[in-house]
Design a protein around this ligand. Structure first.
Ligand SMILES: C[S@@+](CC[C@H](N)C(=O)[O-])C[C@H]1O[C@@H](n2cnc3c(N)ncnc32)[C@H](O)[C@@H]1O
Length: 246
């Protein structure tokens, strides 16, 4: 597991993905990825991922109703909604603001919204998690973020924005894939795949130690579990999940 072997396998992978690197050099991959490839991939990957994580997500979101405001209203804001795979886990009657930096998930999103009529969709903002300026401070009861902190440009700024929009006592829910144990083969392959994976999968970084960002953010309470999700042959292992209270 030397640096040289990482570089060797990286080069092999880059050769295999040469067409993508060439399109990227010509400035054509990123727009194609955002408009066509990633929305198509996400909708199909979500079906498999949902099967693997359904129980964990049910457990994760079980106590969402506890964070309703004293009036009984529950206002949620989701960062990086994508195709809306989390809607099914939200309690009936809650009000959801969806946000994503990429506006090209309409098809998948509409399908999810039609399937999940038990929640109220308040608005959809095309914005980065690092800049939620359209959302007033202290205005939401819970912020949801699943498989997004791997891709944001700045994890700390995204957490700061989540903290800002949450009311005191509100909660930040997360489920994210993170860097594997540094002595494991998974971590070796994460390092090998890192540059090509990031290019192909719209900025997804395999080796982030996101639990450290969460520990250092100014939440008053952090409930975090390290879990494994059965995704053989995928370098997006292990995961962390939980919630942090403002
Ligand atoms: C792997 S998908 C996950 C989608 C959804 N949260 C789920 O669990 O199925 C990552 C999502 O994060 C979005 N994203 C990436 N960077 C972002 C950023 N800086 N701010 C907001 N969303 C972002 C992507 O456009 C994409 O929709």
């Amino acid at each position: 597991m030397t640096e040289a072997s990482i570089l060797f396998f990286r080069a092999c992978l880059a050769l295999l993905a040469m067409p993508v690197y060439l399109l990227s050099l010509l400035g054509m991959w990123e727009p194609f990825c955002k408009k066509v490839f990633f929305p198509f991939f996400l909708e199909n990957f979500s079906t498999i991922y949902e099967r693997k994580t359904k129980k964990q997500k049910q457990e994760l979101f079980r106590n969402l109703p506890d964070f309703a405001s004293p009036s009984g209203e529950l206002k949620l804001l989701e960062i990086g909604t994508g195709c809306g795979t989390n809607f099914q886990f939200y309690p009936p009657g809650c009000k959801v603001t969806c946000t994503d930096i990429n506006p090209n998930f309409q098809q998948g999103l509409e399908r999810s919204m039609n399937k999940n009529q038990h929640i109220h969709y308040e608005r959809f903002l095309v914005t980065a998690g690092e800049d939620l300026h359209q959302v007033p401070s202290g205005s939401v009861d819970a912020v949801i973020c699943t498989l997004v902190l791997c891709s944001v440009h700045n994890v700390n700024n995204t957490l700061k924005e989540a903290l800002r929009v949450l009311r005191p006592g509100g909660a930040f829910y997360f489920l994210e894939h993170v860097a594997a144990d540094h002595s494991s083969w998974t971590y070796f392959w994460q390092q090998v795949c890192y540059p090509t994976w990031k290019l192909v999968f719209d900025g997804c970084c395999l080796t982030r130690e996101i639990w450290k960002n969460l520990e250092q953010a100014s939440f008053s309470e952090l409930n975090l579990q390290h879990i494994s999700v059965a995704l053989p042959w995928m370098p997006i292992q292990p995961h962390i999940m939980g919630y942090a209270v403002k």
